[in-house]
Design a protein around this ligand. Structure first.
Ligand code: FES
Ligand code: FES
Length: 162
């Protein structure tokens, strides 16, 4: 009989809620988010750290959660797309993606919004180059990116007073 893999106890704060979990050392952060925590808005689009569909914020930094082990997130604050809405109100970046038609199939959208949000927390006077750089690790196969850039710019404007 194969030996059971010993699990590791970790604590994470996801979207403002603390969780104590027991994970295998090989469990990926994206697996932990999607399976025990049922936060399926974090997507998996590849297995090569390429597409960025799995992007979340880890202590404020946009990371590809398919490339981070769950144990590496022990003690961390994580934000997924489900954490953007507050008190039933869409986050300005969610609203901007709708208003600027920044998505088609939507598969890439959670990851792109979180990559953009990392930029928007530091800078709201954005150049096109800065926006393109912020989402360089996120692939969109539908939109051609123009409306994504418009959506990020729109979010920057609506977040200026926030
Ligand atoms: S699933 Fe594609 S980069 Fe993570
Ligand atoms: S909207 Fe379909 S992949 Fe980006």
């Amino acid at each position: 009989m194969p030996e059971a893999i010993e699990k590791v106890a970790i604590q994470v704060n996801v979207n403002g809620k603390r969780h104590s979990l027991s994970v295998e050392p090989r469990t990926l952060l994206v697996e932990m988010l999607r399976e025990p925590l049922d936060l399926t808005g974090t997507h998996v689009g590849c297995d090569t750290t390429y597409c960025g569909a799995c992007t979340v914020l880890l202590n404020g930094a946009a990371v590809k959660s398919c490339t981070v082990l769950a144990v590496q997130a022990d003690g961390a604050e994580i934000v997924t797309v489900e954490g953007l809405e507050q008190n039933g109100q869409m986050h300005p970046i969610q609203k901007a993606f709708g208003d600027a038609y920044g998505l088609q199939c939507g598969y890439c959208t959670p990851g792109i919004m979180l990559s953009a949000l990392q930029l928007l927390t530091k800078n709201r006077q954005l150049t096109e180059k800065e926006m393109r750089k912020a989402i360089a690790g996120n692939t969109c196969r539908c939109t051609g990116y123009q409306n994504i850039l418009k959506a990020i710019q729109l979010a920057a404007q609506s977040m200026k007073g926030v």
